[in-house]
Write a protein that binds this ligand. Structure first.
Ligand code: AMP
Length: 445
């Protein structure tokens, strides 16, 4: 199968050739013809599967072939994203795909001044990428009208709800024209997402890409048990031993990010951090410097790092395990993208055993543990397996396997290949039609 056989027009095919895309990914093969045919979509797809091109290519084609010219202060298509970084990234991809088309694109998000955004919207834009809060601000200040909107894309819908945007989404829904095409992408399908889909979608086509997603299948994963207080020391030790060059590190909290960055910088290591408390410009600068290898270690919270596409990222380290097991899949999806190989290492302390167990259950695999000599934990991490069982009773501490010393001959165990990664809820159940959203209180980020 080629992009041409999916019915894409020549200017798009030329752009894809420039980008080196040869074959459509599974989500693209399913989504492109359906969107071109005008269908609503409910798609289960994670980042790394090529979903952005899956919705953006047919969307660009429809906007080129159909509909009136964009009016002042209007948008013809709206792509909603959960975070500013993701909005920037999606916009960059859309702009690349649109390079040979006479369409305008723009991204708006909070954390930066609204005035330039208002100015830019005066002439109207064909495709607007936005985070929910800023979109509502622009709408309320009459900088944006949505009556010309043909298509709405909800990207990472599950994440938008996780971040407490259900109220904003309900507000946006009221601002939209009734007749429109809606495409919903989500990594997981909770009841809340189904409720959202029931409200927003019209007879949607369900698409599901294989949970053995192309990106993750090339990620080798393992766990290093360690006491909580020794995690920073272990990180630096592993970094030096493995001569890590470019690492994306996930920490649980904003304070955790800052503390680790301070520690690394104090040791003269080229590190920076991104989290929700930092101004957008600082976050973007840190990310750009990391992408261009000017920063070696980027420490991030899940909120800041979701969906980021960093080319050829070799290694992801979970300094802390994520509280939500699904986030583990998203985190490790930052590496091993587009067919490259990658590694994902998790530093796990006894407190995190339930999180480890949840991850193993979700991904249906028992993660290989590799004890690091001199860092064997005093507080043993109880045994876990993919059944979700935690062996609570501590076993008699075993002597650490240090045979071979630092000579590199230690038995490191079998690689766990995340080709076996399979989210616990891979199937899409039928969409329930329900009258209202859950507009509960917004969770703190
Ligand atoms: P996404 O899941 O949309 O974030 O895309 C993940 C990565 O795969 C991005 O770097 C894309 O540029 C790349 N990509 C998407 N579709 C293709 C394709 N058909 N061939 C090669 N690379 C692709």
């Amino acid at each position: 199968m080629t992009f041409a056989t999916l019915g894409l027009i020549e200017p798009l095919l030329r752009a894809l050739e420039t980008l080196g895309y040869q074959t459509p990914t599974p989500v693209q093969a399913q989504a492109i013809p359906a969107v071109l045919a005008g269908r609503d979509l409910m798609a289960a797809a994670q980042t790394g599967t090529g979903k952005t091109a899956g919705f953006a290519l047919p969307l660009l084609q429809l906007l080129t072939m159909e509909g009136p010219k964009v009016a002042a202060n209007s948008a013809r298509a709206l792509i909603l994203c959960p975070t500013r970084e993701l909005a920037e990234q999606v916009h960059a991809s859309v702009a690349e795909y649109a390079q040979n088309l006479p369409l305008t694109t723009y991204a708006v998000y909070g954390g930066v001044s609204i005035n330039p955004q208002m100015m830019k919207l005066r002439k109207g834009v064909d495709i607007l990428v936005a985070t929910p809060g800023r979109l509502i601000d622009l709408f309320r200040q009459n900088a944006l009208k949505l009556n010309q909107l043909q298509t709405l894309v909800l990207d990472e819908a599950d994440r938008m709800l996780d971040l407490g945007f259900s109220e904003e989404l309900a507000n946006i829904y009221r601002m939209l024209p009734k007749k429109r095409q809606t495409l919903l992408f989500s990594a997981t399908f909770s009841d809340e997402i189904r409720q959202l889909a029931g409200q927003m979608l019209n007879d949607p086509l369900s698409i599901e890409v294989s949970p053995r997603n192309v990106a993750a299948s090339t990620v080798k994963q393992w766990v290093v048990p360690v006491d909580k207080k020794r995690k920073p020391e272990l990180f630096v030790h592993l970094m030096r031993k493995g001569r890590w060059k470019q690492v994306l590190v996930f920490a649980k909290t904003r304070n955790g990010v800052d503390a680790l960055v301070d520690k690394l910088q104090g040791l003269g290591i080229n590190a920076d951090g991104i989290h929700g408390d930092k101004p957008q410009a600082t976050r973007q600068r840190a990310l750009d410097r990391f992408k261009s290898s000017d920063v070696q270690i980027l420490v991030a919270t899940d909120v800041a790092a979701r969906g980021l596409d960093i080319e050829d990222l070799p290694l992801v380290v979970n300094f802390d395990l994520p509280i939500v097991a699904e986030d583990y899949i998203h985190r490790i999806g930052r590496t091993g993208r587009a067919g490259n190989t990658g590694e994902a290492i998790s530093l796990v302390c006894a407190d995190e055993v339930n999180m480890l167990s949840a991850i193993e259950m979700l991904t249906r695999q028992t993660l290989t543990r590799k004890m690091e000599p001199d860092f064997e934990p005093e507080h043993r991490v109880p045994d876990t397996d993919a059944s979700g069982q935690v062996v609570k009773k501590p076993k008699k501490p075993k002597k650490p396997k240090t045979s071979g010393g630092g000579g590199g001959k230690r038995n490191l165990g079998k690689w766990v290949d995340s080709g076996d990664v399979a989210p616990a809820e891979p199937s899409i159940k039928p969409v329930r039609k329900v009258p209202v959203f859950n507009t509960g209180p917004r969770k703190k980020k």
